[in-house]
Design a protein around this ligand. Structure first.
Ligand code: ADP
Ligand code: GLC
Length: 511
């Protein structure tokens, strides 16, 4: 084996092409690929959900199985193999039908929660055991597959117990068969969103097979609960999050979601690395969902075609001149939908159009349905997952709205930059690091790519939209140059992958 080759197991609860609820899945599909292209030896692990069992990717049984004691019983699991679509990168799917094969969108059953008939969304009550099992299973799989990574790359709370089990069980195994192999593994934990922590009642501690001695405020305990993300933050060798600004923000009480103390304590091990965009999937020059593909040379025509297509798809008036504001988002508090609601009256009075694709909290479904009912020719909504429409909005809207309360990185603004769709964003987290506000100074320097606002108020949001609309209507040349600057930017994954590679190498001493 090449001594400089670093071997990594990338573990995530969702991976695009297999299962997706948000940006984590996009990252978990694209980053391993970019790392493999840099020559790293990488494999991916995720649970085998029902949507994967019934999905398009070929699955291969391994016949391997293992048993772990969890939830006061022995639970048997398997391993199914696949590959990242279009690559040779191995994907290890953790098979446990009771835990993972219950998702069914028709019945309102998702990967992590289900929606009751009254529209209320509730987490599965056994999520601690489901993802505790997942963490154990990943570690059980290594000797069975004879795949020994030097680094396990964890993502979010669902993977947070891996370094805990490694320390408490696998490097202390009484028989110690693979003790040496497990002891060599280093762990890196990436936080994609600090607000989702996987905090569960304390009685889960023994059910997860963990000793009570770890249930203290410096390790697993968090306000009387066992906290999976805190476990990842405390027990991993290195920590990253998905933008430098968010890395700084989460060390403050306002953004820290109660974990800022832990993050401050581990500040020296915490790095912010901006996500990339996968231009194989998100690029107007080769987007199969578009009627007309386009790049900088024919952006006006390409966007006009996409806009008309979008307006027709959402039954809006087909008006080339009317500014069309787009949004593709999980409908969660994080995404600034209350600002959208407060700004809507002005936007609609002003004759603008609004296209929203999203799924999430019932109250936002109601809010958007209400807006559509009042202004059917101006407001187009689609409240479900729809890959095609996501691409159509990225291409067909004039502006892309992300008024987020907080935003660890955000991917949609990276996509809209490439599509010549000018982002209007709140200056927080990754949005600060990726969108340059069209101030006089930035316009003069030719660096402006969008519009940003700071205070989390409807007035500030409207102010940014008004600036954008004024430029769109009155200064088309300047608008074109803003689009061009955005389209020319390179947010491809290679740059971020190089940063992750440096961290892996530093951890395993292979620099
Ligand atoms: P987050 O991960 O917080 O949801 P990101 O901007 O990082 O936000 O990533 C969102 C991803 O999810 C993008 O790829 C976006 O296109 C996609 N997305 C969000 N909602 C939908 C939806 N209803 N249908 C299809 N794709 C969606
Ligand atoms: C999270 C964040 C989003 C980020 C994504 C991928 O879902 O909310 O900002 O882009 O993870 O890292």
């Amino acid at each position: 084996m090449d001594p400089t080759l670093v071997r990594v197991l990338y573990v995530a609860s969702e991976v695009a092409g297999f299962a997706k609820t948000g940006g984590l899945a996009d990252v978990a599909a694209a980053l391993p690929r970019a790392l493999a292209e840099r020559g790293l030896d990488i494999a991916v692990a995720l649970p085998l959900y029902r949507c994967i069992r019934n999905g398009a990717e070929p699955l291969e049984a391994t016949g391997l199985s293992y048993r772990v004691h969890i939830g006061n019983r022995e639970v048997t699991g398997g391993i199914v193999r696949s590959q990242l679509p279009g690559t040779k990168i191995p994907v290890f799917l953790i098979e446990q039908p009771d835990y993972f094969e219950r998702d069914d969108p028709i019945q309102g059953a998702g990967l992590y929660h289900f929606t009751r008939p009254d529209g209320v969304t509730t987490d599965y009550t056994d999520n601690a055991l489901r993802f505790g099992f997942f963490c154990r299973a990943v570690l059980e799989a290594l000797p069975l597959l004879d795949f020994w990574p030097e680094v396990i790359h964890l993502n979010d709370w669902q993977t947070g117990l891996i370094p805990v089990y490694m320390r408490e069980i696998y490097t202390r195994h009484p028989l110690g068969e693979f003790k040496t192999e497990y002891s060599r593994i280093r762990t890196l934990c990436t936080v994609h969103n600090l607000a989702y922590q996987g905090a569960f009642p304390a009685d889960n501690v023994p059910l997860l097979g963990l000793p009570w001695k770890l249930f203290n405020f410096e390790e697993l305990e968090f306000y009387g609960h066992v906290n999976f993300l805190k476990a990842g933050l405390v027990f991993s060798d290195l920590l990253t999050t998905v933008s430098p600004t968010y890395a700084r923000e989460i060390q403050t009480p306002y953004f820290g979601c109660g974990l800022h103390g832990v993050l401050l304590h581990r500040s020296a091990q915490l790095t912010g690395i901006v996500n990339g965009a996968d231009y194989r999937i998100w690029c107007p020059a080769n987007d199969p969902f578009l009627k007309m593909r386009y790049d900088e040379s024919n952006v006006a025509e390409g966007k006009a075609t996409a806009k008309a297509d979008l307006q027709k798809s959402l039954e809006l008036d087909v008006e080339p001149q009317v500014p069309l504001l787009g949004m593709v988002s999980r409908l969660a508090d994080q995404k600034g939908l209350d600002l959208v609601n407060r700004a809507a009256a002005w936007l609609l009075q002003g004759g603008l159009q609004f296209a929203v694709l999203g799924q999430g909290d019932l109250r936002y479904h109601r809010m958007l349905t209400e807006l559509r009912r009042g202004h059917p020719r101006q407001v187009g909504i689609h409240l479900m997952q729809d890959e095609r429409l996501a691409h159509l909005i990225e291409a067909g809207a004039d502006m892309f709205l992300m008024p987020s309360l907080y935003e660890p990185c955000g991917l949609s603004q990276l996509y809209s930059l490439k599509y010549g769709t000018v982002p209007v964003v709140r200056a927080t987290g990754g949005l600060v690091d990726t969108v340059v506000d069209a101030t006089e100074v930035h316009l003069a320097a030719g660096t402006a790519t969008g519009f940003a606002f700071v205070p989390y108020t409807a007035e500030a949001f409207l102010g940014a939209i008004k600036r954008a609309v004024t430029m769109f209507r009155d200064r088309p040349e300047q608008w074109r140059s803003l689009q061009r600057t955005g389209m020319q930017q390179d947010w491809s994954w290679n740059r971020s992958a190089a940063a992750y590679e440096r961290l892996y190498r530093a951890m395993v001493g292979a620099i």
